[in-house]
Design a protein around this ligand. Structure first.
Ligand SMILES: [Zn+2]
Ligand SMILES: [Zn+2]
Length: 57
């Protein structure tokens, strides 16, 4: 809700999901540090996991 139901990465509203573990390396500006989760679309979410740990939540 805080992210306006949009992917914080590409602003897509399609297939949005919550990613629960914040990773500083993804958003170095620290913009989303206060949350315990971020909103990502399915595409960006999948990309993030394949790049960082290859594991689900
Ligand atoms: Zn996205
Ligand atoms: Zn995730």
């Amino acid at each position: 809700m805080r992210d306006g139901f949009r992917c914080v990465h590409c602003e897509s509203r399609h297939g949005i999901q919550a990613h629960h573990i914040f990773r500083r390396v993804t958003f170095p500006e620290g913009k989303y540090e206060l949350g315990n989760g971020i909103t990502l679309c399915r595409v960006c979410h999948k990309l993030l996991h394949s790049e960082f740990n290859r594991r689900p939540h």
